[in-house]
Design a protein around this ligand. Structure first.
Ligand SMILES: NC(=O)c1ccc[n+]([C@@H]2O[C@H](COP(=O)([O-])OP(=O)(O)OC[C@H]3O[C@@H](n4cnc5c(N)ncnc54)[C@H](OP(=O)(O)O)[C@@H]3O)[C@@H](O)[C@H]2O)c1
Length: 243
């Protein structure tokens, strides 16, 4: 039976909540009455998201670089102190890189892996003990079509998003029997700041709206049934599916 969960008062941590997909997810989950921990490096962008929810006092603004272990420790202390637990983790923060393979520097490779793979890995690891105490423990990792496909000049980005998919699959199996659901949403081109860097060749026309991704995230969090959704791929309307 499909059970709808009342999200009012439930707690979510969203990384990259100051812009794009992360902000859209924050606004959508806030509509459900959730309390949110908003994470990103830029405090002003996070405060803008908090203000847009219309309930800024229910929002924790946590300006943090999640590639720094000290940053993740700070998040954990504040979560345990203020939220006294966690129901939903959304690993959304990420970076793209559009660069020919041979010109991709080691430092850039390390940076993209630290943000797109290691940070979600550590955040999952550190929050599991809090999620175990929740009635609706859910992790949503934001992958990409690049989790499944290779595009030219995106080897480092593809490597990072393939790695995130691998981690998601393994973790989903490892914690499924504890009632913790781990999903991945893999969008194609979404109209955000990032797309200009990742795919300067694409026009905004026909792009997925961040709100479409947010709607799916909210559905995943609010519904539990016998059918477990492991991964959702979203294709742009002007691109044929299954490519
Ligand atoms: N746009 C697309 O077409 C598309 C398609 C598929 C998947 N995605 C994925 O969707 C996710 C969100 O991307 P977006 O399109 O919404 O782009 P975006 O607006 O650039 O969002 C990226 C977010 O990550 C945060 N961030 C970056 N480095 C960080 C760090 N070290 N610590 C904490 N936060 C950090 C940024 O905030 P600060 O700069 O304030 O830190 C920003 O809010 C990414 O994982 C991306 O790979 C995007």
């Amino acid at each position: 039976m499909l059970k709808t969960i009342d999200l009012n008062g439930k707690r979510a941590l969203i990384t990259g909540a100051g812009s794009g997909i992360g902000r859209a997810i924050a606004l959508r989950l806030a509509e459900e009455g959730m309390k949110l921990a908003l994470v990103g490096r830029n405090a002003e962008k996070l405060m803008r998201t908090a203000a847009l929810t219309g309930r800024p006092l229910d929002m924790l603004v946590l300006p943090t670089d999640i590639t720094q272990s000290s940053g993740i420790e700070d998040i954990m202390h504040i979560l345990e102190g203020h939220f006294k637990g966690l129901d939903v983790l959304v690993n959304n923060a990420g970076m793209a890189l559009n660069c020919p393979f041979e010109q991709t520097g080691e430092a850039e490779f390390d940076r993209i892996m630290a943000l797109n793979v290691k940070a979600p890995f550590i955040l999952c690891q550190r929050t599991l003990k809090l999620l175990r105490q929740s009635e609706c423990p859910t992790i949503i990792n934001i992958g990409s079509v690049v989790s499944h496909l290779g595009y030219v000049q995106q080897a480092a980005y593809a490597a990072s998003k393939h790695a995130l998919l691998g981690m998601t699959k393994a973790l989903a199996k490892e914690v499924y029997h504890e009632g913790i659901r781990v999903h991945m949403i893999s969008p194609g081109g979404v109209y955000t700041d990032m797309i200009a860097i990742a795919r300067p060749d694409l026009s905004p026309e026909g792009m997925i709206a961040p709100e479409e991704v947010a709607e799916l995230a909210a559905w995943l969090v609010a519904h539990r049934g016998n059918a477990v959704v492991d991964e959702i791929r979203l294709h742009r309307v002007n691109k044929e599916p299954f490519q």
